[in-house]
Design a binder for this molecule. Structure first.
Ligand code: HEM
Ligand code: FES
Length: 348
């Protein structure tokens, strides 16, 4: 949150996450090089630097697939949301791993000639598409994303520009596909890269389509704007959780239960648009499931010293039923909410 910037806001979960990520990465690289040395020890041996370079390249490619899959996967299976907490760490790791891959590639394939090593690799021999150039484009985009991933840049560039920069990840993915297709696949006789790449592309497209279809179906079945919406008795809202209300043509609304009180706030987090309605109340505050930004459910304001604000909505109780006004109050507006007691103990 934005009162002061720290390079990384460490906590126990982030340390565990990063330790697991590093362990998986090292195990992958060691396994890749070990198996590579064993398999190629007879016949046509591949030198260890090339194997390390390939291990790093494939690790970066796998990481990019995971980064692109997490968003839609967490929308389809909310229990995966914790994976989203540290997507920034995955992105920065992906860039560092890809950079090491490119560094070794340039040094190994371009370092022994008379030409400048970077130009020697990027220009290629001129008889095929310079697949390294596509890798270079992917690397530059990964760098820009990693460098601007901090909340400092989100606040200073503004959400629109920041989001646009980070949507470039799809361009980076396209460049990576070209890099692998024109490079490794063209020179590799074994179909393993083609099969893995096809599985990766198909899986990502399918995840995005299914998640997008599910979201648009939910929105289309939403409530009509304008009228107060009858939420019934709200008996199905568990303590400290929310019910998400979809209103046609508007943002989703999260109706939270905090003890005997109901409060309605926007379901869109002021940080990066995370699904607030899928969070829970922690220490008396609505807490975003993505990176833990918090808001007081009564007025939609982050507790001091933080300054974020989200819209609130009016609730009232009539004839034992909870009604919601889908017209948003200005962000940070205080509301009374509704008392579950006045709905009737048996109903709530
Ligand atoms: C300036 C940037 C880059 C350069 C110069 C470069 C160079 C290379 C070279 C020379 C190869 C062929 C290796 C071989 O056949 O021995 C290769 C393969 C590969 N690269 Fe890159 N690369 C760059 C960026 C990237 C990035 C950003 C990624 C991933 C996000 C990546 C992923 C891969 C993969 C998956 C392979 C196939 C691995 C293999 O050959 O076994 N590369 N790259
Ligand atoms: S989107 Fe980051 S905390 Fe909500």
């Amino acid at each position: 949150m934005t009162n002061a910037y720290r390079w990384v806001q460490w906590n126990k979960h982030k340390r565990v996450y990063d330790a697991v990520l590093l362990a998986i990465l090292l195990a992958y690289i060691a396994g890749f090089v070990g198996i590579g040395l064993t398999v190629t020890s007879v016949g046509d041996p591949i030198s260890p630097p090339v194997l390390v370079m390939r291990a790093l390249g494939t690790a970066a490619a796998i990481l990019l697939h995971v980064i692109l899959a997490i968003g839609p996967a967490a929308r389809l299976f909310p229990e995966l949301a914790p994976l989203l907490y540290n997507r920034r760490h995955l992105g920065v790791t992906c860039f560092v791993v890809a950079f090491l891959h490119a560094f070794i590639a340039i040094g190994f394939y371009g370092g022994f000639g008379v030409e400048d090593p970077i130009m020697a690799v990027l220009a290629g021999p001129g008889v095929r598409p310079p697949f390294e150039f596509y890798g270079f484009i992917a690397l530059v985009i990964l760098f820009v994303m990693a460098a601007t991933s901090h909340d400092f840049w989100l606040a200073n560039l503004g959400p629109g520009v920041w989001k646009t920069i980070h949507m470039l990840v799809y361009v980076a993915y396209g460049a990576l596909v070209a890099h692998i297709a024109f490079g490794a696949i063209a020179s590799e006789k074994h179909p393993v890269y083609i099969v893995l790449l096809a599985v990766g592309i198909t899986g990502l497209v399918a995840l995005h389509l299914v998640a997008g279809f599910r979201e648009s179906r939910t929105d289309a079945a939403g409530e009509n704007p304008g009228d107060w919406i009858d939420l019934g008795t709200c008996a199905d809202i568990p303590e400290a959780r929310a019910r998400v209300v979809c209103v046609k043509g508007s943002e989703r609304i999260a109706v939270y239960r905090d003890g005997d009180q109901l409060h309605a706030v926007s379901s869109v987090c002021a940080h990066q648009g995370g699904p607030l309605g899928e969070g829970k109340i922690v220490d008396g505050c609505v807490t975003c499931p993505w990176h833990g930004y918090q808001y007081d459910a009564k007025d939609g304001r982050s507790p001091p010293p933080y300054t974020e604000k989200i819209e609130t909505y009016e609730l009232r109780v009539e004839g034992g039923r909870v009604l919601l006004n889908p017209e948003p109050n200005a962000p940070g507006t205080s509301t009374d909410g509704a008392s579950i007691k006045s709905v009737g103990a048996g109903d709530a």
